[in-house]
Design a protein. Sequence first.
Length: 179
Amino acid sequence: MLRSELNNLDLEYRDIGLGLMEINEDNNITKQFKLNKILKNYGLKLVPDHKSTMITKIKNLIRELVNNPGEGEKFVLSAYISEKLNYDYTYLYNLFSSGTGQSIKYYYMTQKVERVKYLLEYEQLPVTEITYMLNYSSVAHLSNQFKKITGLTPSEFKNLKNKRFLQPKGKPDLVVQYA
């Protein structure tokens, strides 16, 4: 029954055993929601494993930290995460990197850069203000991280954004298709 439901939903899975099913994490969340609804009809439910639960908790902590930083507050990321989740940081680091393929620090850095992009594009804040707001040690530090992740400096990013809005309407210069 379960294999049939998984195939009907076009959900990718690795293993089905007695009381245990392993579905790919990169499946569409809507499909997982539909599966959970179907399972309820049979008196079953999806229960995430400890690893994916901890990864989600780490990601949520980082997103919260990036979106609501204490301005000017200095902290050590590893100590902060370890204290909040009450686990040894080495354990959390290994769990996160084996589950996501990236380090906690790199994930934190990419989330901060995404926040910088948002603040530049939508809030139109100056880089110096963003530097202080997101607790970067200097404008140069922010710029280096930004360029490492995006390939552009914050100024180049702002200019690129402005050029997009200034381009005349009509046929685009370049069309990119993706699946």
